[in-house]
Design a protein around this ligand. Structure first.
Ligand SMILES: [Zn+2]
Length: 578
């Protein structure tokens, strides 16, 4: 068994450390206990507790046990080595091919360097001698995921046409016809690919890496493909212009757009199947100086609904929000700029209501997740369904709870307010910066202040910040601007705070994944009066804070203090007002 093998191996190493007096009995006992609780390997626990320096451990391992080690944070993984070992096999045995030795043998990172059976199996699969190296830094599983998602794994991408309303299909070629050059990091000689396969490759990569958007941007002599990952646009590959043109045409055919039109803006969409799941792509193009620029928004509805805890809502704000959701009627607003995770919060909230709140109906543009027991209407302007008409038709169907994807015009605002005042719980998003100004946004849309004050029960505002990479975050001194911002918000000195230095797990960015920063403001008697009196956002905010609201800025700084994110990230995402 993998785990027992790992344990006995780690125990052996720790005995060597003990004999050489690098650790004491007590330290080892403490590390064992922590390792069991924390799930981190014993050796990594010794390092993380600061009992043994990583370098010491590597020296002991390399020289005394004659086992090479590989530090997962910094090792350069060779895509050609990865291509030799099928993904399934790598996952099953928790191994990662990393490089070739000078004698042509394959170096493989593992937690169990004494599994000789596996070694011989790998030799027969890869046709090469294999040599194990002990993986340091933990997170081997994670790096296997990242590597097989980022580099191209050997199994063929199973992009297949799925019918639906997309008439054109994606031709599939069997794996053996796939040019060898396409294996490896994306872009490795993609120039030799036909457009159909290039499109398949790019979309598969984007879906695997959970990108939210693909940008294809022509320049004077080439075209750049970028993915938006965790909210940040990142360059993926440069294409020759010839391939750019044919790829853009290919995508326009899929999205049923006019391929002869290359200057005017156009929109379209298509669906592709990846294995079990279908993914929707919404395409927009426009002619720019060097050709056609294309942005493809990815709607992967298979991800499942995140719970409110999963999105980072916790403690008091979560409690307050749940109290608002438990109201029999009234309007609750979720606000934040585009891409701040409002939809995820709305779905997480609705998911909690599904069990016992009867008929829940939504009108959305677009429907981003499909949820069982939820009756969802998608805005479709061509068919005459927009937010106001969708909402009016919902009202005829006797709903208990209504979710309005976004309130952005007077008619939708009025209909939603009416619904909230006539016995319905209405959840809606509005485009505003913070919770107090979400109430004022309704007045800007033409709602009478007393109506808004009566109907609205509370607001939640949010931003998404990137989480620090747990593998490479370190405590450090902050720069002057960051210290100042921290100190003025928190009223305490900014001592050592956290930053990510960048490693293999986070692609050198120092961040891994995202989480929400929230403020939740219930409409109390005092705030109701302020809204009726047309008070400004600042006045409402001051009252909210006096009543216990933790504003987003402060919530963000608390997360920076806890090492969840960095002060710089809070400054960029939460302090920035658009
Ligand atoms: Zn990292």
């Amino acid at each position: 068994m993998v785990s027992s093998g790992a344990t006995s191996f780690e125990e052996r190493v720790s005995r060597v450390l003990l004999d050489a007096e690098f650790v004491t009995d007590e330290q080892l006992a403490k590390a064992r206990e922590q390792s069991r609780e924390g799930g981190l390997g014993l050796l990594d626990t010794l390092v993380s507790l600061g009992i043994v320096a990583r370098e010491t451990l590597m020296t002991v391992l390399s020289f005394q046990l004659r086992i090479p080690v590989v530090d997962l944070k910094s090792v350069q993984v060779d895509p050609e080595a990865v291509a030799l070992v099928p993904e399934d096999l790598a996952r099953e045995h928790n191994i990662l091919p990393v490089s070739f030795e000078t004698d042509g043998s394959l170096r493989i990172a593992t937690m169990v360097p004494n599994d000789f059976q596996l070694s011989s199996r790998l030799s027969s699969v890869t046709g090469r001698q294999t040599k194990f190296a002990l993986a340091l830094s933990g997170g081997l599983n994670e790096l296997i995921d990242r590597t097989y998602a980022a580099g191209l794994p050997s199994p063929p991408p199973q992009a297949a046409p799925t019918g639906g309303d997309s008439a054109a299909g994606v031709a599939i070629s069997p794996a053996e016809e796939r040019p060898q050059a396409a294996i490896g990091a994306m872009g490795q000689d993609m120039s030799q690919l036909p457009a159909v396969q290039a499109v398949e490759l790019v979309t598969l990569q984007a879906v695997k890496r959970k990108a939210s958007d693909i940008h294809i941007v022509p320049t004077a002599d080439s075209a750049n493909v970028l993915f938006r990952l965790d909210g940040v646009l990142q360059e993926q590959v440069m294409l020759p212009l010839r391939l750019h043109e044919s790829m853009v045409s290919r995508i326009k055919v899929l999205a049923e757009m006019d391929i002869s039109e290359t200057r005017r803006p156009q929109d379209g969409s298509f669906t592709l199947g990846f294995g079990e799941k279908n993914v929707d792509f919404r395409v927009s193009t426009i002619g720019i100086t060097w050709g056609e620029m294309m942005v493809i928004h990815i709607l992967d509805r298979s991800g499942g609904i995140l719970s409110l805890e999963d999105i980072g809502l916790d403690a008091r704000p979560l409690l307050t929000w749940r109290q608002l959701l438990s109201l029999p009627f009234g309007m609750v607003l979720v606000s934040g700029p585009t891409g701040s995770g409002k939809t995820t919060t709305l779905y997480g909230s609705v998911a909690e209501l599904i069990k016992d709140r009867g008929n829940i109906m939504t009108v959305e543009d677009p429907v981003e997740y499909r949820m069982e027991d939820l009756h969802q209407i998608e805005v479709n302007r061509a068919a005459g369904i927009d937010f106001p008409s969708g909402l009016r038709s919902i009202m005829r169907l006797d709903p208990d709870v209504i979710l309005v994807g976004e309130i952005r015009d007077e008619e939708t605002a009025k209909t939603a307010i009416d619904a909230a005042l006539t016995g319905h719980l209405v959840l809606a998003s509005v485009h505003s910066n913070d919770a107090p100004s979400s109430f004022i946004r309704l007045l800007d849309l033409g709602i009478e202040p007393y109506m808004a004050a009566t109907a609205v029960a509370g607001g939640l505002a949010q931003r998404l910040v990137r989480r620090l990479c747990p593998h490479c975050k370190v405590q450090t001194e902050l720069g002057a601007a960051e210290s100042l911002a921290y100190e003025s918000e928190m009223q305490e000195p900014a001592e050592q705070l956290w930053e990510g230095v960048g490693c293999n797990f986070c692609g050198g960015t120092g961040f891994l994944g995202r989480t929400g920063v929230f403020e939740v403001l219930p409409v109390t008697g005092a705030i109701r009066k302020l809204i009726s009196d047309k008070a400004g956002g600042q006045e409402i905010r001051t009252q909210g804070i006096a009543e216990g609201m933790v504003p987003m800025r402060r919530a963000g700084m608390i997360m920076a203090k806890e090492g969840i994110t960095s002060v710089g990230e809070v400054l960029r995402k939460v302090f920035f007002i658009d």
